[in-house]
Design a protein around this ligand. Structure first.
Ligand SMILES: [Zn+2]
Length: 299
């Protein structure tokens, strides 16, 4: 029996929406474009208030802001939304794009999120509140709305001894409460499995409990530690988000660039495929930890 037949299912469904906007004013999303997008979306959603029909189960505002004291002790409640900031800004007349990935209950309210984006664009986003018009919403890369468990397993049977990760936005990982400044596949895999576990336990129909996920995380991190880093071009990108209400600055800096590994990568591939959708590390809801997976020769 191939190991993929026993691959644990998360029961999570995801949908990545890809928005195309037309800038009417200069749009400047600053050093943390994902945080600027999230802030503008939150304000637009708050203006409409909590929709009674969907609050709290699938309410966009609640999913982005609510806390739950009963959630796994000492752990942050995972948000079922990630942002993929593909542009840092645009000049008037230009198009610009970004993605919004909705997981679990957030998928059901995709119309509410789309309306929020349209309203945010009209109100203005980023420094100087540059206004845009939402012109199109499509399904985003890597695979729109599909069963990601199946897609992840499909990735695992790809014959490859090499993998490359492209860090599109800052990768901010911690190990033992310390920030990790060098790219480290074992730490990345551990944080990724913890994130998948948390999202699956909260919003999916997981086949594993928290302890089993932790055991899987340790085993995959051990596997990742045997894989050789064969090339990289990374740097630390400093970034902050500033809360409009409190004025408090939250650090969002992390690693950007690319790194390439060789070795027995196969067991990691389904999880990395998941990670392309879910992001990894701190600040995913503010656009951090968005990466792409390239298999085979990196060229
Ligand atoms: Zn609500």
């Amino acid at each position: 029996m191939r190991w993929t037949e026993t691959f644990p299912r998360t029961g999570l469904r995801a949908r990545r929406l890809w928005f195309t906007l037309h800038a009417r004013d200069p749009v400047d999303l600053g050093s943390s474009p994902g945080a600027a997008l999230r802030g503008a979306l939150l304000e637009a959603l708050a203006e409409r208030g909590h929709p009674p029909a969907s609050c709290p189960a699938t309410c966009p505002l609640c999913l982005l802001t609510a806390s739950d004291p009963a959630w796994l002790r000492g752990r942050e409640l995972p948000r079922p939304v990630t942002i993929e900031a593909a542009s840092r800004g645009a000049r008037p007349g230009e198009s610009w794009q970004f993605g919004l990935t909705l997981l679990g209950p957030a998928r059901e309210e995709h119309a509410g999120f789309c309306a929020g984006v349209a309203r945010a664009a009209e109100r203005g986003i980023g420094r100087g509140r540059g206004r845009s018009t939402l012109v199109a919403v499509g399904d985003g890369p890597p695979f729109g709305e599909r069963d990601i468990d199946d897609q992840a397993v499909a990735a695992a049977v790809w014959p490859s001894a090499q993998l490359t990760l492209l860090f599109h936005s800052p990768l901010r990982l911690t190990a033992g409460r310390q920030l990790v400044h060098q790219v480290d596949l074992a730490v990345l895999v551990q944080r990724l499995i913890e994130r998948i576990a948390a999202l699956s336990l909260r919003y999916g129909r997981p086949e594993l409990g928290w302890e089993e996920w932790q055991a899987l995380s340790r085993s995959l991190a051990g596997q990742a530690a045997t894989i050789r880093l064969v090339g990289e071009n990374t740097r630390w990108q400093e970034a902050f988000s500033t809360s409009c209400r409190s004025g408090r600055r939250t650090p969002l800096g992390g690693i950007v660039g690319w790194a390439c590994w060789e070795g027995a990568v196969e067991p990691l591939l389904p999880w990395l495929r998941w990670g392309e959708v879910l992001h990894v590390g701190k600040g995913a809801v503010k656009g951090n930890g968005w990466f792409g997976l390239v298999l085979g020769d990196s060229g």
